[in-house]
Ligand binder design. Structure first.
Ligand SMILES: NC(=O)c1ccc[n+]([C@@H]2O[C@H](COP(=O)([O-])OP(=O)(O)OC[C@H]3O[C@@H](n4cnc5c(N)ncnc54)[C@H](O)[C@@H]3O)[C@@H](O)[C@H]2O)c1
Length: 481
């Protein structure tokens, strides 16, 4: 039986911990336990934190920031995909409908999946891509190809960092599924690689491009919500069946429930909220405090399901709640629960001096509805359907307006198409994408930082500044069309 991460923490040195978990996952060490962080701090709870955990590292010589990186425009963006499981084919299906995108290579460790992906591309009337498969390392040759501009990474989390890093080192932009990386060490590795190679590392956070998320971004940017003070967000999605079912014995997601007690999937909720608040663009995550409920639901599911996983030991609490304080003093409540029987929600809430938006279902309250010519007279209730429709008419994001017809049948209510189109269009034009490696790193960093906080009596843990000061002079993301 594998030791849990908690056992490992108790029984190994930090360096040993990194090595053990590297062996378990195949490529990346869990948590920040390698060379850069071997000096330890003893906390009040008696648990050891890596000294470098929340520390902003100086920019190594020879690297340049990438917050405004522009690249040579291209007529067609040539795409390669690694990972043809559940997510990869959906991403590629969106690309079929983008005339300036061409899929030149697909890869999966499983040949049947890579072949099936290539077949779907041909059936969609597109040229047959190269098929690369067979071993866990086959993807490395995909990164060597000279007919690829962007490498999409849609593999299990432990493979994201090595694949994105190799792609950038070979001159490609990396488009990485969520979360971009798991460990703090890997956060710094992707930041440093993007800066060293001057290639983009974009996390494919589709939820930033949902109709409601773009609407809230537009409300926020156009001042309707006034001065922003607080946001709430989450990933609440009963995944018990998926954790045990579809992925069968390679249920890689379940492995993380044995290793981390924290927020395993922060970015669907946090990404949009970070863009509303201008995180890395005028504001910055300062520190995170996190606590978990007991772990009950997945063990109960294990006992009910039986089978080869009967000896699994889970450590991740069913519900993790994290509070993030920003440099400007604003607050974010972020939750993760993929176990409890309850309806899906990302909460997606934002408050400011001018109003409050809450999602699931979409509701808006305004400080002064009459200023917008609405029927509502005060701020004590949510706008009625008619008033909300009026606000949507005025403030629907131009990107959504432009692409909504094409996005109609795309994944997750159309947001997947809008995201793919927008990121690929940025590469086509050679302009900076809406989110860069600093966003990928800071949004993903909450995985490891929340788990350290849980393990240390909910102690506040500093979030490092991956922009190394650039956030202070960056304007927030505008309402791009
Ligand atoms: N943004 C979203 O809405 C969304 C939705 C689902 C999944 N995801 C993300 O997509 C990623 C993949 O998730 P999934 O559900 O598709 O998982 P999956 O297990 O269904 O698919 C992963 C694929 O990667 C392949 N693979 C594993 N190791 C490989 C290697 N070394 N080389 C080549 N191929 C390899 C597997 O064979 C499998 O086909 C994850 O990061 C997940 O978080 C995002």
């Amino acid at each position: 039986m594998r030791p849990t991460r908690r056992d490992l923490l108790k029984n190994t040195t930090l360096a040993g911990l990194g090595a053990s978990l590297a062996a378990m996952t195949g490529c990346t060490p869990a948590r920040s336990a390698d060379a850069a962080a071997t000096t330890a701090i003893k906390t009040a709870g008696g648990i050891t934190l890596p000294a470098g955990l929340g520390v902003t590292r100086p920019r190594p010589a020879g690297q340049k920031p990438v917050h405004d990186l522009t690249t040579k425009p291209v007529e067609k963006v040539r795409i390669a995909l690694i990972g043809c499981g559940n997510r990869g084919p959906g991403l590629m299906r969106d690309c079929f409908g983008i005339p300036f995108a061409e899929i030149t290579a697909v890869c999966d460790v499983r040949t049947d999946r890579a072949e099936a992906m290539a077949e779907r591309i041909v059936k969609a009337g597109r040229p047959k891509p190269a098929v690369i498969s067979g071993t866990e390392k086959s993807w490395e040759s995909l990164c060597e190809r000279d007919d690829v501009d962007v490498v999409y990474v849609a593999t299990p989390w432990n493979w994201h960092a090595p694949m994105a890093i190799r792609a950038m080192e070979r001159g490609k932009h990396a488009f990485v599924e969520v979360a971009a990386v798991v460990t703090m060490e890997d956060c710094w590795r992707i930041v440093d690689t993007s800066e060293r190679t001057q290639r983009h590392c974009v996390m494919l956070e589709n939820c930033c491009y949902g109709e409601n998320e773009l609407f809230v971004l537009s409300l926020a940017r156009q001042g309707v919500l006034g001065e922003l003070t607080h946001a709430e967000c989450a990933y609440i999605h009963d995944l018990r069946e998926q954790l045990y079912g579809r992925q069968g014995d390679d249920g890689w997601r379940r492995e993380f429930h044995k290793q981390y007690d924290g927020n395993l999937y922060p970015t669907h909720g946090l990404g949009p909220v970070a863009q509303y608040l201008g995180i890395n663009r005028g504001d910055q995550f300062a520190f995170v405090v996190s606590m978990s409920s007991p772990e009950k639901g997945l063990s109960a599911w294990r006992d009910k399901t039986g089978g080869p996983h009967a000896n699994d030991k889970y450590v991740c609490g069913d519900m993790n709640t994290a509070l993030i304080k920003t440099a400007l003093g604003r607050t974010i409540m972020l939750q993760h629960d993929v176990i409890s029987p309850r309806p899906y929600s990302r909460i997606n809430a934002l408050s400011g001096t001018g109003g409050t938006f809450f999602d699931y279902p979409a509701r808006l309250a305004l400080n002064d509805p009459t200023a917008h010519g609405l029927e509502a007279k005060n701020s004590h209730g949510w706008l009625n359907d008619k008033d909300l429709a009026t606000m949507r008419e005025k403030f629907t994001h131009p990107l959504w307006k432009k692409l909504q017809d094409q996005a109609k049948n795309a994944g997750h209510g159309g947001m997947d198409f809008v995201m793919n189109w927008r990121h690929l269009d940025c590469i086509r034009q050679g302009i900076t994408p809406d989110s860069v490696v600093y966003d990928a790193a800071s949004w993903s960093s909450i995985i490891e930082l929340s788990s350290w906080s849980v393990e240390n009596g909910s102690m506040p843990i500093t979030v490092p500044d991956f922009t190394r000061g650039i956030w202070k002079t960056m304007p927030p993301l505008g309402v791009v069309s």
